[in-house]
Design a protein around this ligand. Structure first.
Ligand code: ADP
Ligand code: MG
Length: 258
């Protein structure tokens, strides 16, 4: 289990990200049905659940890639009410709090690894180019790709592309990092190198939310497990609450997925 000693001033001291009553429908389909949960700071929250249970929709709602019909999001400085019309300013403010890493990497093909990592810091955060490049090189080194700074995505393996995408997300220095099945498009050996990078990030004082189908990975990195089913939170607890639960639905999921 990845439980770490409480470091003073790390988590705990900072308010969690709080979601209340998040509802999202697609026509008649209720994808998220009144979801409320807290995402602790400096910790790794793993989102589990069957396919179609609403995991991606929940992650995307935190980033407003999906606009919930109702609910509130609070990053610790006041709740934002979703559902009604949001001003562009509110949307930008909420979006600026989190960064998403997608299953399919979504790198810009016409930019080098370094170009991908520095683009947003320069254009969105207004960082001077030289500073952004220094940050970019540091982050590429962090994900084990110092030597690939000038490579274009089509010259990188899937695992390397995903590590560039992780460096790019880190370059935004977001409050919260969101990962939607970051290894599921990769062959096992390439997935393993991405898992190592994620496990390192999970050891740092970062707020991560990770959707995964890998129970081994969940067991390794999760400080908290949230299990969704049919758009509802079926379990919200520590890893042991999930891995040792005798709830029939959770047991079945563990057997099928493992
Ligand atoms: P998960 O990530 O857990 O597999 P999703 O959040 O992708 O689940 O989807 C939850 C439900 O919402 C599913 O039934 C899915 O088909 C539906 N859904 C997701 N996105 C859309 C969309 N853009 N339009 C219509 N239905 C959607
Ligand atoms: Mg999904």
């Amino acid at each position: 289990m990845s439980a770490r000693p409480e470091s003073p001033g790390a988590a705990g001291a900072r308010p969690p990200l709080v979601l209340r009553g998040i509802r999202k429908t697609f026509g008649p389909l209720v994808a998220l049905d009144d979801v409320s949960l807290e995402i602790p700071r400096g910790r790794t929250t793993v989102l589990l659940g069957p396919s179609g249970s609403g995991k991606s929709t929940l992650l995307r709602s935190i980033n407003l890639l999906e606009r919930p019909d109702a609910g509130t999001l609070d990053f610790g400085d006041g709740a934002v009410t979703l559902g009604g019309r949001l001003t562009g300013r509110t949307v930008r403010a909420v979006r600026g709090r989190s960064t998403m890493v997608f299953q399919q990497f979504n790198l810009f093909p016409h930019l080098t690894a370094l170009g991908n990592v520095t683009l947003a810091p320069v254009s969105t955060r207004g960082l001077p180019r030289a500073e952004a490049e220094e940050l970019g090189r540091t982050l590429l080194a962090k994900v084990g790709l110092a030597a690939k700074a000038d490579a274009y995505p089509d010259r990188l393996s899937g695992g390397q592309q995903q590590r560039v995408a992780i460096a790019r997300a880190l370059a935004m220095e977001p409050d919260v990092l969101l990962f939607d099945e970051p290894t599921s498009a990769l062959d096992p050996e390439l997935a393993a190198e991405v898992v190592e990078v994620l496990a390192d990030l999970a050891q740092e004082d970062r707020t991560l939310v990770v959707v995964t189908h890998s129970l081994a990975f969940a067991r390794r990195v999760a400080d908290k497990v949230v299990f969704l089913e049919d758009g509802q939170v079926l379990l919200d607890g520590g890893p042991a609450d999930f891995f040792e639960s005798s709830d029939e639905r959770l047991r079945r999921f563990r057997e099928v997925v493992a």
